[in-house]
Design a binder for this molecule. Structure first.
Ligand SMILES: [Mg+2]
Length: 131
């Protein structure tokens, strides 16, 4: 089943890099949607269903923390896993994002393998796979 993905990052270069990594990951990617900040991403989510969300933290207009809070407050999006992709990998920031509801965390810069592993882990957990 192809994976529909929403990539939220204020850097177009980072969005296309993540997109290329996904294309090369061996995972079957369906629709690839992109937003430059949280508010734009929420608008997309009003119209389109995705299987997983990858979000940056530091963005204008609506940052990743506000976006994550909004996603987790919406019942219809409760089952959609959110993976944070950020340069901010301090323990307190990671803990905060995970406590707000993020299912995974990838530190920039990351290798394609790392992003893929984290996505596979998150999707397996959210689809009820047990380890
Ligand atoms: Mg950013």
């Amino acid at each position: 089943m192809a994976l529909d993905v929403l990539i939220v990052d204020d850097s177009p270069a980072m969005r296309s890099f993540i997109g290329r990594v996904l294309d090369l990951s061996g995972m079957e990617i369906g629709e690839r949607l992109e937003a430059g900040h949280g508010a734009e991403a929420l608008e997309i989510l009003n119209k389109s269903w995705v299987d997983v969300i990858l979000t940056d933290i530091n963005m204008p207009v609506m940052n990743g923390e506000e976006f994550l809070t909004a996603v987790c407050a919406r019942g219809d999006l409760r089952t959609v896993p959110v993976v944070v992709v950020s340069t901010d990998s301090t323990g307190s920031r990671m803990e905060r994002m995970l406590s707000l509801g993020a299912k995974g965390y990838v530190k920039k810069p990351f290798s394609p393998e790392l992003l893929r592993e984290e996505l596979e882990r998150v999707l397996e957990v959210s689809h009820g796979g047990n380890e």
